[in-house]
Write a protein that binds this ligand. Structure first.
Ligand SMILES: NC(=O)c1ccc[n+]([C@@H]2O[C@H](COP(=O)([O-])OP(=O)(O)OC[C@H]3O[C@@H](n4cnc5c(N)ncnc54)[C@H](O)[C@@H]3O)[C@@H](O)[C@H]2O)c1
Ligand SMILES: [Zn+2]
Length: 663
């Protein structure tokens, strides 16, 4: 290919990947591959300046603004960072700096937090606005979403300047990410791929109440403004910290490149001890005067350089692909590997996600594969060393039957996962479903654990959750490690669960896609199991926030005779299969179809107020938009919310007026 064509093709390709990464939060290639392509383009452009283009991905910040939020033009442009991968890269950078500035040069070394770039604006010590980086010139106004993040101070302390901006990164710490994914798996949904894209996707959610549920964190690193009286980068970090911002303590002042390299080496080894993901170190010229002298390129400051850690990868042999069946019947392919050291642990297994992934990467048993450890709970396979492939190997044929019960698998249109449809006859599904049924957030059966459930099923004492209620002490006493006392506890735990309210029973049934929140919504709307059972796909979809996927799954659940029979039995045993009369008395549909935003301080607690809205059929949202019906305003309502509501002409009512609506 001629250089010009190659350059054009690479630009196209990189534009496309930027879009997938920044706008859709669904990258299709690894960051490493992306960076390699970008470097290739950079090299070609250097060799062929005649094909210069201002819009080249090498010269522009990669993001974009979306249509879902108000667009804000940045007062101070937001930049990306130049990347380096070696000591030599850094030495060359230092030489360039020395040519341009006089005197001694010190550096601030910070960690490079891997999340979504954000700019926060403060006036008179109060949080005013949060804007994404976007394309660097303009970004999305995500103020309402960012306001829900606990570590973003709404009010500052100390000697803050009257007006300034501060740049930072919104991250999702590993622990929160793991919780979030566990809940998704629980609800039968596909887990998120990595913390970075999840953090970035969270900022773009429409419902800030949902954002508030995500354990996001905001780490700050760059103050911008006029006449702030700050002389160095390191001082600005200390200042920001004293005003109440979360500025990680790992940052250090380095007097020369040698100290910079020591910092890099240390964190390359220890970064896994941090609670959040980092992908490198950022080295910044410390003196702000010198920074000014150095200035910016089209894409990045000349006074800063990112040093990227090598993505932690290892090559090893894929011995065998096995398949796991989850409680919802979802099939997960698992790569069984020759054990290999990676990021401080020995890795033997890795996730292959689904059939598409295997096909896309053309992964085969016997291949040498590359394993990577990102934020995922288990490592993943990112590629194959085709040079080492056995020429006689054949493409992987995905299984067509369930490895546990031999039932032909199904794959619904538009879904990535295969499922075993043998809902009531497939052992891991039976055990998994009963384990879910007894779990804390569902029926919370004390005295019964997951292993005992498996034992009871394997011994043929139970075959579904309804059978639990017929268990007799004499039947379980002979089981291994079962004493008189524990058998009694188990039986009384089961009896006590009959008091658990309807919404949790509904969640416990283990209908695919019906997690805790959906179960609550369905219980509220249909009031009892018989009404839900009779609901058509359309009726279900008419319920607020119930989409076609959930509706379909509910209809499918009640189409099974076995499920109906189980439910009739549960009814017979006295479980709560309708909303209690007491609860029902407090519920109306007076606010049906109305969305409320609650802001400020009230006589009753905010949670009580929100519950009142929901109990009367209304919906609570965290952010004001044209869809908001009313803003219920208490004392000290946020000024920006007030302005926004007034701007959109949304009625603002006080607590008293709101209570009148319920009379
Ligand atoms: N896989 C794909 O398809 C794909 C597509 C596009 C981009 N990418 C990846 O995204 C990255 C490029 O994104 P980018 O332009 O945001 O650059 P970047 O993430 O490499 O670096 C710039 C950003 O680092 C952040 N940052 C974190 N800690 C910082 C600190 N202490 N000081 C200053 N800034 C800090 C800032 O938000 C800044 O905007 C690359 O790693 C690239 O591989 C991947
Ligand atoms: Zn099966």
């Amino acid at each position: 290919m001629k250089a010009e064509e190659k350059i054009k093709a690479l630009r196209e390709e990189l534009h496309h990947h930027n879009y997938l990464y920044y706008v859709l939060d669904k990258p299709e290639i690894s960051d490493y591959d992306f960076d390699q392509k970008l470097k290739e383009l950079q090299k070609l452009e250097e060799d062929h300046p005649e094909f210069h283009d201002d819009n080249s991905p090498t010269l522009r910040v990669g993001g974009a603004v979306t249509k879902n939020f108000a667009t804000v033009v940045h007062e101070h442009r937001m930049y990306s960072l130049d990347n380096s991968y070696s000591q030599e890269d850094l030495e060359n950078w230092e030489k360039r700096i020395r040519k341009q500035v006089d005197g001694e040069v010190n550096y601030t070394c910070e960690l490079k937090y891997d999340g979504a770039s954000i700019n926060l604006i403060y006036e008179k010590g109060r949080f005013k606005q949060a804007v994404t980086r976007g394309d660097g010139v303009q970004g999305d106004d995500v103020t309402n979403n960012v306001r829900t993040i606990r570590s973003v101070p709404l009010k500052l302390q100390g000697d803050y300047p009257p007006k300034f901006e501060i740049g930072g990164e919104i991250v999702l710490p590993y622990e929160g990410f793991a919780h979030l994914n566990a809940a998704r798996v629980e609800a039968g949904e596909e887990p998120y791929a990595n913390p970075r894209n999840t953090a970035s996707g969270s900022l773009k959610l429409q419902d800030s109440a949902e954002v508030a549920r995500r354990p996001l964190d905001c780490l700050l690193y760059g103050i911008k403004g006029n006449n702030l009286g700050i002389k160095t980068q390191f001082e600005s970090l200390e200042k920001a910290r004293s005003w109440g911002f979360k500025v990680p303590e790992e940052a250090v002042l380095a007097k020369d490149l040698k100290e910079v390299l020591a910092y890099i080496n240390y964190w390359d080894k220890h970064r896994h001890d941090l609670p959040y993901e980092t992908d490198g170190v950022v080295v910044k010229v410390n003196d702000l005067h010198q920074q000014d002298e150095l200035g910016y390129t089209a894409k990045a400051p000349r006074w800063a350089m990112a040093y990227k850690f090598q993505a932690e990868q290892a090559a090893t042999k894929l011995k065998k692909i096995t398949y796991q069946v989850g409680r919802t019947g979802a099939i997960t392919p698992v790569a069984n590997l020759d054990p290999v050291q990676l990021g401080g642990t020995v890795v033997k297994r890795a996730s292959l996600h689904n059939a598409d992934q295997i096909e896309k990467l053309d992964i085969r048993e016997g291949d040498e594969v590359y394993v990577e450890k990102g934020g995922e709970i288990i490592p993943k396979i990112v590629g194959v060393n085709f040079k080492k492939r056995d020429p006689h190997s054949e493409p992987t044929k995905y299984i067509s039957r369930c490895p546990e019960c031999d039932t032909p698998l199904v794959r619904n249109e538009g879904e990535a996962m295969h499922y075993c449809p043998n809902f009531n006859g497939c052992p891991p599904q039976i055990i998994g479903r009963i384990q879910h049924f007894i779990s804390r957030k569902a029926m919370d059966i004390e005295g019964l654990g997951g292993e005992t459930v498996a034992l009871l099923v394997n011994e043929g004492l139970i075959g579904n959750y309804a059978d639990l209620y017929e268990l007799k002490k004499e039947q379980i006493l002979p089981l291994e490690r079962m004493a008189e006392k524990s058998a009694e506890n188990l039986i009384s735990g089961i009896q006590n669960s009959k008091k658990i309210p309807f919404e949790r029973v509904l969640f416990a049934l283990g209908i695919r896609y019906v997690g805790e929140t959906v179960a609550k919504k369905l219980a509220r709307h249909f009031k009892n199991i018989d009404a839900l059972k009779k609901a058509s796909q359309q009726e279900l979809e008419n319920v607020d926030e119930i989409g076609s996927r959930i509706a379909e799954s509910v209809v499918e659940f009640f189409a099974s005779e076995e499920n109906i029979e189980n439910i009739e039995r549960l009814k017979g045993y006295g479980l709560q299969l309708e909303i209690s009369a007491e609860k029902l008395a407090n519920q109306t549909n007076k606010l049906e179809g109305q969305t409320f935003v609650v802001s400020g301080v009230f006589n009753m607690s905010r949670n009580e107020l929100k519950k009142l809205i929901e109990d009367n059929g209304g919906k609570v949202s965290g952010s004001i938009s044209s869809k908001t019906g009313y803003v219920v305003a208490g004392e000290n309502m946020g000024p920006s919310k007030l302005a926004k509501a007034e701007g959109l002409g949304i009625p603002i009512i006080n607590e008293e007026k709101f209570l009148k609506m319920l009379d």
